[in-house]
Design a protein around this ligand. Structure first.
Ligand SMILES: *[C@@H]1O[C@H](CO)[C@@H](O)[C@H](O)[C@H]1NC(C)=O
Ligand SMILES: *[C@@H]1O[C@H](CO)[C@@H](O)[C@H](O)[C@H]1NC(C)=O
Ligand SMILES: *[C@@H]1O[C@H](CO)[C@@H](O)[C@H](O)[C@H]1NC(C)=O
Ligand SMILES: *[C@@H]1O[C@H](CO)[C@@H](O)[C@H](O)[C@H]1NC(C)=O
Ligand SMILES: *[C@@H]1O[C@H](CO)[C@@H](O)[C@H](O)[C@H]1NC(C)=O
Ligand SMILES: *[C@@H]1O[C@H](CO)[C@@H](O)[C@H](O)[C@H]1NC(C)=O
Length: 509
C-alpha cells in the first residue's frame, strides 16, 4: 500500500538529516531500517572511534508531561513527550537555543548530534534541543492509536506542545531574553518550523523550514508531474527516453491488469500472493510507482534512490520491451531491499494501518495517514496525463482509506485541507524571519514557498537537489548549488543572531 512518501524523518543524520516523504509503506520501513544502521555506522566511522564509546557526554534524553488536549482545560488527560538536549556547544547565559522539531517518525539522539543545525549550533555556541512529535516514537500513550485516542493528534496541538516545551526548557536552563531561539525542521516538521514562528513569534526569533509543504493539497497531482520531469532531467541521469520507458512499461502492466488474468504479472514482479481484485491491482501499481517516486525524492541519498541507475536499466541496449525494463528495475529494487516478494495485498495493508499497537522506532504510518485525512491531504495521485505511472492510482482510492480507517468522509477531508490553508496561510504565510529551503528535483517543492515573501521571509531553491538535502551535515560531494545554499542559510542565521543580540528587547517579535 502506498502511504505516501512525505517525510520521513529518518533518524537523521549523517546521511540525510531528516526527511520524509511519502512512499509506500513497505519501502519506507526498509529505508528507515537501512538509515538507522547506516547512521550509527557512519557516525562512528567518521569520528574514527569504536562503537558504543561516545567521544563526549551523550545527549540527555528526557520527558515532559503535556496535556493531551491543549485547547480544553477540562480534559486533564496527559501524555509524556520525549526530548533530547545536547549541551556540548552551549555558552551559558548568552548562547542561543536551536530547536529541532520532530515529525511523523521517532526522533533519536542523532537529532542533536548531526546535521546542518548541529554545525550551526557549534558555530554559534547554541544549546541544542529536539522534541519528538506527539503520537510518534516514544511520545504516545499506550492506547494512543485507537480511534478514540488519536483525536488529539494535529499540527495545532503539536505547536502548542512546542510552546510549553519552550517554557519548560527556559525554566530548566534559566534562560532569559538573551537566549535567542531558532527552530529547524524538514518536510512536515519544516512546515511546523515555519508555523511555530508564524503563530508564536514571541517564542522563536527565526525559523529554517526545509522542504516544507506548507500548502496543503487534497489532490497532489504536481508530485508525479515533478517525478516525471526529474526522470527526464539529464542533470541527474534522466532522459526523455527514460521517462517514456516508464510510461510504456506501466501501460503494458495496465493492459495486463485489464484482462483480469494476472498470472504473468504475479510471476514477473514476484508478488507475494495472488492479486485478487481491483484493490490489489492498485496496491501493486502503487508499489511499482513507489520505486520511482522514492528514487526521485531521495535521489543520491540511499542505494535504491538513484535516478541514473534506474534510467540505465530502463533504457539498456538490447532490452526487448519497456515492460522488461520495469521488471529489471523491480528486481534491482527488491534485491537491494533484501525482499523475497512484493507485498501487494490491500487487505494486509489495511490491517497494518488498523493496527493500534505502538511502534517506538520509525515512521508512524497510521498516525500520518490520520493527519493526511484530517489536515493535509497530499494524496499523490496519478490521474493526470502528466503522471507517468498507472491511472489506477486515484484520489478516490486514497480517500476511501480515510473513511475505512478513521470514519472521515471525503467531504470532511476536503474541508480540513481548506481550513489548514486558511489557518496557516498556505504558501503565502504572513510572517517574518523564515528561510524556506527547497531542492528543485524534490516533488514536495511544489507545495512550498519558492519566492521571497518579504525582505525577511526568504526562499532558496536549490538546483538539482532532492528532499531536505541541506539538512545533512555538509559533505565533500555536495554540488556547488547546495554549498551555496548552506552558506546563504549560515549567513542569514548569523545575521539574525547578531540583530537579536543588539536588540534583545525585540527578541521574538
Ligand atoms: C481528572 O478529572 C476527573 C474528573 O473530571 C477526576 O476524577 C480525575 O481524578 C482527574 N485526574 C487527574 C489525574 O487529575
Ligand atoms: C538555574 O538556577 C538555579 C537557581 O539559581 C540553579 O540552582 C540551577 O543550577 C540553574 N540551572 C542551570 C541549568 O543553570
Ligand atoms: C493467464 O496467463 C497465463 C500467462 O500469460 C497463461 O499461461 C494462462 O493460460 C492464462 N490463463 C487464463 C485462464 O487465461
Ligand atoms: C498487538 O500486540 C498484541 C500484544 O503484544 C499482540 O498479541 C498482537 O498480535 C499485536 N497485533 C498486531 C496486529 O500486531
Ligand atoms: C530573496 O532574498 C534574499 C535575501 O534577502 C536575496 O539575497 C535574494 O536575492 C532574494 N531573491 C529574489 C529573487 O529577490
Ligand atoms: C542547474 O545546474 C546545471 C548544471 O550545473 C545547469 O546546466 C543549469 O543551467 C542550472 N539551472 C539553473 C536553473 O540554474
Amino acid at each position: 500500500m502506498r502511504v505516501m512518501w512525505l517525510h520521513f524523518v529518518f533518524l537523521l543524520t549523517l546521511l540525510g538529516a531528516t526527511e520524509g516523504a511519502w512512499i509506500g509503506r513497505q519501502m519506507r520501513k526498509k529505508l528507515v531500517q537501512l538509515r538507522e544502521t547506516q547512521s550509527f555506522k557512519s557516525f562512528y566511522t567518521r569520528l574514527g572511534i569504536p562503537k558504543d564509546v561516545l567521544p563526549f557526554s551523550p545527549p540527555i534524553e528526557g520527558y515532559i508531561t503535556q496535556p493531551l488536549d491543549h485547547f480544553n482545560r477540562r480534559n486533564n488527560a496527559t501524555y509524556r513527550q520525549r526530548y533530547w538536549v545536547n549541551e556540548k556547544f552551549w555558552q551559558h547565559h548568552e548562547g542561543p537555543v536551536f530547536l529541532y522539531i520532530g515529525g511523523e517518525s521517532s526522533v533519536s539522539q542523532f537529532s542533536v548530534l548531526a546535521g546542518e543545525h548541529v554545525d550551526l549550533a557549534q558555530t554559534h555556541n547554541a544549546l541544542l534541543v529536539s522534541l519528538e512529535h506527539r503520537y510518534y516514537g516514544a511520545s504516545i500513550n499506550p492506547d494512543g492509536l485507537t480511534l478514540e485516542a488519536i483525536r488529539f493528534l494535529s499540527s495545532q496541538q503539536a505547536l502548542a506542545d512546542l510552546a510549553s516545551f519552550h517554557l519548560f526548557i527556559s525554566q530548566k536552563y534559566n534562560l532569559t531574553r538573551q537566549n535567542t531561539w531558532i527552530c529547524f525542521g524538514g518536510s512536515y516538521p519544516g512546515s511546523l518550523s515555519a508555523w511555530f514562528r508564524l503563530k508564536f513569534p514571541h517564542l522563536v526569533y527565526a525559523a529554517v523550514a526545509s522542504s516544507a509543504p506548507v500548502r496543503a493539497e487534497l489532490d497532489f497531482t504536481a508530485y508525479n508531474k515533478v517525478v516525471a520531469e526529474s526522470l527526464s532531467d539529464p542533470l541527474i541521469g534522466g532522459s526523455i527516453k527514460c521517462r517514456n520507458a516508464v510510461v510504456e512499461g506501466f501501460r503494458a502492466v495496465d493492459s495486463l491488469l485489464k484482462t483480469g488474468n494476472t498470472t504473468q504479472l504475479e510471476r514477473d514482479f514476484s508478488s507475494c500472493e495472488r492479486l485478487s481484485g481491483p484493490d490489489d491491482y492498485t496496491e501493486f501499481v502503487s508499489n511499482l510507482a513507489d520505486i520511482f517516486m522514492g528514487a526521485v525524492q531521495y535521489n543520491g541519498e540511499t542505494p535504491t534512490s538513484d535516478v541514473r541507475k534506474i534510467c540505465q536499466l530502463l533504457t539498456a541496449v538490447g532490452l526487448k520491451s519497456a515492460y522488461e525494463g520495469l521488471k529489471a528495475v523491480n528486481r534491482m529494487y527488491m534485491e537491494m531491499m533484501g525482499m523475497n516478494c512484493l507485498e501487494n495485498s490491500h487487505e494486509k495493508s489495511l490491517s497494518e494501518l488498523r493496527n493500534t499497537n505502538l511502534t517506538v522506532v520509525g515512521v508512524g504510518e497510521r498516525q500520518w495517514y490520520y493527519q493526511t485525512c484530517t489536515e493535509f491531504g497530499y494524496y499523490q495521485t496519478c490521474e493526470e496525463i502528466s503522471c507517468p505511472f498507472s491511472q489506477l492510482i486515484t484520489l478516490k482510492f486514497q480517500l476511501s482509506l480515510c473513511s475505512q480507517l478513521f470514519q472521515v468522509p471525503p467531504d470532511s477531508v476536503r474541508q480540513s485541507v481548506q481550513f489548514t490553508n486558511e489557518f496557516y496561510g498556505a504558501d503565502r504565510p504572513k510572517s517574518s524571519r523564515i528561510i524556506f529551503v527547497n531542492g528543485d528535483i524534490d516533488p514536495w517543492h511544489a507545495l512550498s514557498v519558492l519566492k521571497n515573501q518579504s525582505h525577511s521571509e526568504i526562499a532558496i531553491l536549490i538546483n538539482g537537489t532532492a528532499h531536505c538535502a541541506n539538512m545533512s551535515p555538509s559533505r565533500a560531494s555536495d554540488p556547488p548549488s547546495l554549498q551555496k545554499a548552506r552558506e546563504q542559510i549560515a549567513v542569514q542565521v548569523g545575521d539574525w543572531l547578531t540583530a537579536a543580540r543588539r536588540r534583545p528587547e525585540e527578541n521574538g517579535y
